[in-house]
Design a protein around this ligand. Sequence first.
Ligand code: 5GP
Length: 178
Amino acid sequence: MKKVTLHDKTFALSIPYSDIQQAIEKIAAQINKDTVGETPIFVCLLNGAFMFAADLLKLIEMPAEVSFIKYSSYAGTQSVGEVSELIGLNTDLKGRTVIVIEDIIDTGLTINKLLKDLQPKELKRVKIATLLFKPEAFKGDYVIDYVGMSIPNDFIVGYGLDYNELGRNLKDIYTLVQ
Ligand code: 5GP
């Protein structure tokens, strides 16, 4: 099995790029069907979702806008439980369909904070698209509209996801070796 070492930890290949692509194609087909005739604005959560956003947006068929937002809740391999905003949204979202692009939903706190921040902006509607979902860790009480893959509650890197800033450039996804 292919392995990589980042800082002091070793990770083993767990989700090859071909599986990631398949999951993204499935999400794109659903979004294309659900937003016919609209001009949605995609909001990509930085840093982790940049690769997913790039691949997903190439498969979106309707005219679309793209914006970025940055929150932080992770230090090392653990969620620290509090989410703070580092780069904010400055686009007018009134009356718009917003599709949030997230790399992975773990506890769900990041999206919870984003949904709260979006509430006063009088959107037409908001949908959430995540490439990966950890059901065992999820504490949110909202619906996740588009899920690429559900995965076990393990720490992963690659395809935009980092371990202390390393690993984002890996094409495939790797799981921490215990
Ligand atoms: P949540 O707020 O849902 O607990 O966590 C969401 C964010 O935590 C993700 O956008 C991602 O940046 C980070 N995260 C959650 N699980 C993992 C993981 O297994 N690996 C990495 N590298 N980051 C993760």
